[in-house]
Design a protein around this ligand. Structure first.
Ligand SMILES: C[S@@+](CC[C@H](N)C(=O)[O-])C[C@H]1O[C@@H](n2cnc3c(N)ncnc32)[C@H](O)[C@@H]1O
Length: 361
């Protein structure tokens, strides 16, 4: 294996499976000319071309927070998150010619400038991980669309697998999104919910990265998709401390501080958390920050659930019921009442409510 003097491996000297694939006919080919459309009968959105973004999805009417805007069946499933080209090729063999055409009509972030990317990988990175990094790099800088370039531009987590969804894939990114996507294993469908009230004409967006991370980390993750984000959380703050960008950066910084401070006491050690001074206030502040940031997601639902459980331990029934009710509401609105675990949220609310009634009698 060629290795630089500094112990780094040159990525481009290691070309392999992109060119030696046994299934080259599907590995690389021109982009399809299919025009994307919202699913037939979907009343919520239409697809339009946007300068510099390809296509995007736009609300046809006012959409209330909690609305399920879309359910989508996977088009191509790769049953491992650390996929290689050979895994995508294997999955692509199961596609009909029409499905393959649809796959190749999706967005592809190939054609990127190689000088904007590190050209070397540390020598300690070996085997499958090295091959994966190399394949993805080659797909990114290649002048043509490929199975890998489309997969890495569009794939979403599907439990322990990764999959491409033909309709959900048309939704563009924002670090301050108005939609949430979740794999619903019970329905075997990807679901997209509005996490804000969306006015008619607005673009539907969700976050491709962990939106609570700070701007430079988000920018690095988004670079893999070949764009830099200009959403209101990423826009410059113009030196104005009142601007959304400035306040958002401060909120996300504080969210990280609070996450670090509370992480060890959440989950199995919640009982200890309940006895730790300041823990409840930290969780309350965290919930407030997520709300202000518009992160009306499962993260917020879990914070409320933990608050409810801490209140239950402390026999604080009034706040317990309120927090459990918030947890159920956020969970339902961002993932749906038919989502896995929803019953668990409702059970906590019911239990604390009954205990509060018993305590009053
Ligand atoms: C999953 S696709 C989204 C749909 C895509 N626009 C299309 O035409 O099918 C991801 C690609 O869309 C574009 N994109 C998504 N969000 C964007 C944003 N906020 N700004 C610029 N381009 C964006 C990038 O080209 C990215 O690689």
């Amino acid at each position: 294996m060629p290795c630089g003097l500094d112990g780094a491996i040159d990525m481009l000297s290691l070309k392999n499976s992109q060119t030696s694939s046994p299934n080259n006919s599907t590995t690389s080919r021109p982009t399809s000319k299919l025009t994307p459309k919202a699913p037939e009968g979907n009343p919520y959105y239409e697809i339009r071309a946007i300068p510099d973004k390809g296509y995007g999805c736009f609300a046809l009417k006012d959409i209330k927070r909690g609305t399920r805007i879309l359910t989508d069946k996977p088009l191509l499933i790769v049953p491992k998150p650390d996929y290689l080209l050979e895994d995508i090729e294997e999955a692509a063999k199961k596609l009909s010619p029409e499905e393959l055409e649809l796959y190749f009509s999706l967005s592809s972030s190939h054609g990127q400038d190689p000088t904007k990317w590190p050209s070397r990988v540390h020598a300690s990175v070996q085997g499958r991980e090295l091959q994966r990094i190399r394949e993805q790099h080659l797909a990114r800088i290649s002048p043509t669309t490929s199975l890998t370039s489309i997969f890495q531009t569009n794939c979403m987590e599907m439990g322990l697998s990764a999959a491409v969804f033909p309709h959900a894939s048309r939704i563009n990114h924002s670090c301050n999104p108005n939609c949430n996507f979740t794999w619903n294993a019970l329905l075997a469908l990807e679901t997209v919910h509005a996490i804000a009230d969306i006015p008619a004409g607005a673009e539907l967006t969700f976050s491709y990265c962990d939106m609570t991370k700070e701007k430079t980390l988000r920018a690095w993750e988004l670079k893999h998709y070949g764009f830099s984000c200009d959403c209101r959380a990423c826009a410059g703050d113009g030196g104005d401390p009142e601007s959304f960008a400035h306040q958002s950066a401060e909120r996300r910084f504080r969210i990280h501080e609070l996450d670090r401070a509370t992480k060890v006491l959440r989950g199995a050690r919640l009982g200890e958390g309940a006895r730790t001074p300041g823990f409840v206030n930290q969780l309350l502040e965290l919930a407030q920050l997520h709300r202000e940031e518009g992160d009306y997601s499962i993260r917020l639902a879990r914070i409320y659930l933990d608050l409810a459980l801490v209140c239950e331990i402390a026999s604080d029934w009034k706040n317990g019921v309120e927090c459990a009710a918030n947890a159920v509401k956020v969970k339902r609105e961002c993932q749906g009442a038919d989502s896995p675990d929803y019953d668990k949220y409702e059970d906590v609310l019911r239990r604390i409510y009954l205990k509060s009634k018993a305590a009053m009698s």
